[in-house]
Every structure is written in C-alpha cells, then in structure tokens.
Design a protein around this ligand. Sequence first.
Ligand SMILES: NC(=O)c1ccc[n+]([C@@H]2O[C@H](COP(=O)([O-])OP(=O)(O)OC[C@H]3O[C@@H](n4cnc5c(N)ncnc54)[C@H](OP(=O)(O)O)[C@@H]3O)[C@@H](O)[C@H]2O)c1
Length: 344
Amino acid sequence: MDHFMRVMSVRGDGANPSDLYMSEAPRPETGPGSVLIRTSHAGVNRPDILQRRGLYPPPPGAAPGLGLEVSGWIEAIKPALPPPSSSEAVGQLTFSDDVAWRVGDPVCALVNGGGYAEYVAVDLRHLLPIPAGWSMAQAASLPEAALTVYANLIEHGGLQPGETVLVHGGNSGIGAMTIQMGKAWGAKVIATARGTDKCEFAKSLGADLVIDTATEEDFVAAVKGAGGADVVLDIVAGDYVAKNLLCLNMKGRMVQVGTGRSPVVELDLRRVMQKQAVITGSMLRPRSSDEKARLTAKVHEKVWPLIEAGRINPVLAETFAFEDAAKAHAWMDESHCGKVVLKI
Ligand SMILES: NC(=O)c1ccc[n+]([C@@H]2O[C@H](COP(=O)([O-])OP(=O)(O)OC[C@H]3O[C@@H](n4cnc5c(N)ncnc54)[C@H](OP(=O)(O)O)[C@@H]3O)[C@@H](O)[C@H]2O)c1
C-alpha cells in the first residue's frame, strides 16, 4: 500500500459538503520538471465548493481532484529535460529554475487540482518558499490568493501607487488579499462587506473605508464621496457591475474575478465610452503551466518581499483535520472572515 495515498473525493452530485468522503488513490506520477510534494496543509477556496457541486469543472489536462493550493515538503524531484536548443531556452528561465530545490525542502504552491491529498505533483517552476515567520498552515492559504490578486489587481488592473481600489467581499480570501496588497502597493482601498464583523475584519487589514452592504446596498454614493475608484476588483458581479461602472474614475479599470451573484449583467455602455473605461478579468486555473510559472516568478519577486516585510499578513481563520473536509466546506458556506485550510 506504500504507493497509495488518502484523497478526498466527491460522491453523487456533490450538492452538499457531506458528499465529500475519504478514499484511496495511487500517488501521482511526476513527469520531467516536476516535484512530488508530501502535503502538509491544503487551502480551501470558493472554487473548490463550485467544483464539488459540478459548477467549475477542471480544465483539460488538470488533476481532477479538489484543491488548488498546498504547503508541504518535497518528497522527490524529477529535473526538467534539457531544452532542445539554446535559442528555445531564452525567456524560459524562471525564479524556480534558479533555485536549487532539494528533497525535504518546505514549499508552498498553486496546484492545478488534487490538493486535498497526501501527495501532489507540481511543476518545479510553480514552487514558492514558505515566507519567513509563516507556519505551514498559513502558507497553504497563500498561493491562490497571492497569484489571483497579483494577476488581476496589478497586471490586469494596472494599479498604481496613489490610486484608489474598490474591492467587494473584503472578508473573503480574495478580498482580504486585495486590501493588503492594495495598501502595500501604496493605494487607497475602499472595501465592501456584509455585516459589522466582516467590515471590522476588512478595516483591521488596513482598508481606508469600509462600506457595510448589509445596511447600505447602494455603495455608489459612498465610493464617489470618497473620490471614486481607479480599479474595481469584483467577485460579486450581477447588479454590482453597473454600480462599479458608476464608481469608476476616468480611465478606470473594472476587473472581474468572480460572479457570486450572477455572471449575466446589464450595462450602459455609454458610460464605458465616456470614462474610457477598461472592463477585464481573468481566471487563474485554466492558464498554461508556462503562464503560471511566469506569474509565480513575478509574485515571488514583487509580493514575497511585501510578505517578508510584514505588509501582507496571514488571514488564516480555521484549520480543519483532513477527514473533516466537509466541515471546512460548510464553514466556507457560512458567514466567515479570511481563509481556511485542511491539515493533511
Ligand atoms: N478568477 C480567479 O482566478 C479566481 C481565483 C480564486 C477565487 N476566485 C473567485 O473569487 C471569489 C472569492 O473566492 P474566495 O475563495 O475568497 O471565497 P470566499 O472567502 O468564500 O468569499 C466569497 C465572498 O463573496 C461574497 N459574496 C458571495 N455572494 C455574494 C452576493 N450575492 N452578494 C454579495 N457578496 C457576495 C461573500 O460575502 P459573504 O461572506 O457576506 O457571503 C464573500 O465575501 C469567488 O467567486 C471565487 O470563485 C476567482
């Protein structure tokens, strides 16, 4: 049984957290240029809930299991094959290529699926070191939010120091990272959240203004009163999108990262033209391995120093035992602030 491992699987239609059950599977194969990680902790994210319910199928080629981020220790390394010619190697060097990873090293990583398991295979270029002072549990809660927010807030959103960010769901994993990264980037941050506790949490992370959308559903007046937004990072969508556009300053950018309310929206496009606005968005999981390697290297270069300097801190709220993954999913569905991980 040595080459088998425990994995969390989904039975039936996965409609309920109780549809998660522990099973066994062979350890994943590691191809050239990848490592086998012995998982310490696995981050739990909203996309896992959607995948469990059949609403977010894994992209082609991805590991089919649940779990998009882990921390753990390198169990085995399979070096990359040498490039066919030196000219093809140009531009392919990444941070991770330069680091001499060794068996036993503690790491964290974005994985393309299968994080809820005792072992997971990961592209060498997707490994990140555990930030100084962060526990293995905290580190498992970091890659998905750090990469998603860097890609969308900084790259797609083009956030500049001195600009203003509006982020919805300031209590969420993505929202909490946006508040912290936005502040560390030198921006002013306006957050929304539903209810006093969630608003206090967003404020504690450094948000300059927090709007309680449980009592003030129309956040537009408050945002405009605070000078408007240059970048909106939105996970809610639905009727929020037209409101986001009203909040936007000239040449502002609206970045869609989730569609908690509804993916279908109605917009007055004249406002897009008037404001020379950009509407964009992206998904992390379907990106190619090369693209994730590029993003990982960027996040290591630009975000890890902010983490090491204590300007981006862990927001880990709960740790559940591996066998209690159903409880972790139920926790996500309840009112929560910050992140949750499984101790594998
Ligand atoms: N594009 C990407 O690459 C990418 C990557 C990771 C995550 N995501 C998306 O980002 C979002 C957040 O993920 P997460 O893991 O941080 O999840 P999370 O911690 O569960 O947060 C979900 C957030 O969305 C808010 N929300 C949901 N439905 C809402 C509604 N109808 N009206 C107002 N607020 C609503 C929740 O507010 P309450 O707490 O008040 O319910 C909460 O703040 C999800 O939509 C996820 O799919 C996208």
